[in-house]
Ligand binder design. Structure first.
Ligand code: KG4
Ligand code: ZN
Length: 349
């Protein structure tokens, strides 16, 4: 069974082909991606209308590329999976309309998917994947969540951010320090020359006793600290370091608390912030002590991509979830993951 996957929920257009064998073993045959970061950089953030228009321009050439890379033709495709939500409405519409139109023309069904389900399952694309069940720490520009993943379609939200996402906190504080977009990598780079505890910021909700997060206060604390001051290079680096330390401290503490609470031995870190070296080092050190294995999807599958959508579609179908007849388009720009887990689905794998 060959599944075409289409991702267009934000500022990346991703197309991929995933083949699921009868034995339940699958393989990613090809994937193509275009990131709009360079286009949005000029505006200091994602401009939704520009994002939608760019998805329209990219989707056909990327599909051609993915087909060539896979050695497949459209006639080989058995189902078209795509991100139905959550995300930017216009951007989602491009992927959904393209997927439903293509599937209609091919006479094949579709699999509309929740974007986060793609992220949650993305570690299974790795050469040495985790096995179910595992804890997932999902940290991107739009989401900060801790989830228990027991099998395909079995996701339990254990905690999430009450306001800004971790990536958003990186991006917003980076902006206050005059760094470019996206701010996360730039702030992390500057933080490398910051002195430990030269400045300290609050660790929001560190001792809240639950697995929730709050990052918007951090932005305010940084603003208060830097407002009206001429900052020299060392001071900017110290502030960057303090921001990173505060965010990483909370992420590590909550992820390890989730491990302790559930007794799980595998932790998966997905989303763009998972690229942060400090986070990785700190998590790895804690995990060794707790005898927990930490998995990071390859960087290209950490951020938004089509491969995770093709994979999620193939896994859903393999688990016996019915595909949808092609045609009707219904995007879900706001779609709590809890709604998804309430759907009838397969028993835990
Ligand atoms: O998952 P992602 O590519 O996009 C979505 O939001 O879906 O995540 C992007 C986020 C941005 O906020 C970016 O600043 C952050 O990930 N990021 C980082 C690093 N690399 C990317 N944050 C901290 N350190 C990094 N090295
Ligand atoms: Zn994402």
């Amino acid at each position: 069974m060959l599944v075409l996957g289409i991702e267009s929920s934000c500022d990346e257009t991703g197309i991929a082909l995933y083949e699921m064998g009868e034995n339940g073993r699958g393989a990613l045959l090809g994937h193509a991606l275009h990131s709009q970061i360079a286009m949005h950089r000029e505006y200091g953030g994602v401009v939704p209308e520009l994002a939608s228009r760019d998805h329209i321009r990219r989707v056909v050439p990327l599909l051609r590329q993915a087909l060539v890379d896979s050695g497949k033709s459209l006639a080989d495709v058995d189902a078209v999976a795509y991100t139905q939500g959550p995300g930017l409405a216009g951007a989602l519409l491009v992927g959904a309309a393209f997927a439903e139109g293509l599937a209609t023309a091919l006479g094949k069904p579709t699999v509309p998917l929740h974007h986060l389900e793609g992220h949650l399952l993305s570690p299974l694309l790795s050469a040495s994947p985790p096995s179910f069940p595992f804890i997932a720490l999902l940290v991107s520009g739009g989401h900060t969540q801790i989830m228990r993943v027991s099998g395909v379609g079995h996701y339990e939200l254990l905690g999430e951010t009450l306001d800004d996402a971790a990536g958003e906190a990186f991006d917003k504080t980076a902006k206050l320090l005059g760094l470019g977009y996206p701010g996360g990598p730039a702030l992390a780079q500057l933080a490398a020359s910051g002195r430990p505890e030269a400045v300290t910021f609050p660790r929001p909700m560190l001792h809240s006793g639950d697995l929730d997060f709050s990052f918007s206060g951090l932005k305010t604390a940084v603003l208060t600290h830097v407002r009206g001051k001429e900052l020299d290079e060392q001071t900017r680096a110290d502030v960057a370091r303090a921001v990173q330390d505060a965010i990483v401290d909370v992420l590590v503490a909550k992820a390890m608390a989730a491990i302790k609470k559930t007794g799980m031995k595998q932790l998966v870190v997905a989303g763009g912030v998972g690229a942060n070296r400090e986070l990785r080092q700190r998590l790895n050190a804690k995990a060794v002590k707790a005898r927990v294995q930490v998995y990071y999807p390859e960087l290209e599958f950490c951020t938004d991509n089509g491969a995770m959508i093709a994979l999620a579609g193939a896994l859903r179908l393999a688990a016996g979830n019915p595909a949808k007849p092609a045609g009707a388009i219904a995007i879900k720009p706001r779609w709590p993951l809890a709604d998804l887990t309430g759907q009838p689905d397969s028993p835990p794998a």
